[in-house]
Design a protein. Sequence first.
Length: 319
Amino acid sequence: MPKISVIVPIYNVEKYLDKCLDSCLNQSFRDIEIICVNDGSQDNSIKIIEQYQRKDNRFICINKKNEGLLLARKSGINIAKGDYIFHLDGDDYLPKNALELLYEKALLTGADIVRGNANHVTEDGVYISTFKYPYFDDFTGLQFLSYMLRYSYHSIWAALVKKECYVSNFIYPENVSIGEDLIYMSQLSLFAHKVTYVEAVVYYYIKRGNSMINSEQKEDLQCQCDRYDQYVNFCCALDSILVTYKSEFSEEVSNQLQLYLNDRIDERLFSLPIKIKERKRIVFSLYKKYFLFNIQVQKLVFKRSWKCYLSQLYKIRFL
């Protein structure tokens, strides 16, 4: 059985896929399997995957209809045989010694999650910046979740995770295409006894000029409607996690998650001038739960800014 399962969700990334899969093929740590999940790509991604399967039997292919990143990763996790899981997006790539550094640290410390740094680079490989955790120490899972929420660093890439953390009741919500990493990390942290860090770059994240996250182009009405739906689905999914694991979150983490959710409702859903009756009912329900009828969150918002607090009280007029 392999020690590490690398799960690569792939959707229309033929331009970047060779570099991604080459970086897996050339890892100094050899005891791995590379699970390529073709999530209904319409380009030549599947042909590229098949070429790598012929090169090396460590490559495994799952060919499925397009259902989004969360369910693509789930498909890979379901068949993974490794003791540890590593997520690599199909348009990113790894330094040669990335998995070796993470695995050695996991064995040395007995940690369930080992994080490293990531370099942001252009499509041509030009360095932009380093994604690095400040003030990182060894944490329990809940301490790490609190830390992530404090600094808004909750990506799942650049992390080696013990497969045991993916418990049987892990929530994989459908129709979520924003905030997927927080959906994962908020649950994984619950089942991790120890989280640690390796002071090294273990991931190259390509900042694509035309990606949804990085695009600053003005959106038409349909794009705004789609984006509104995406944020509503994400808020509903995070609400579901808060309800499901209510008794297992510490009070501090629960308050942080509720405040985070309240902020997403306030900053994202109220900032989009969309009037969809059915979706507004859901937003209003969440707004009541995470602000109007939630004294703890109101205290946190007021403590941060009384102007912000007053503005949120008046948001009701938009619903």
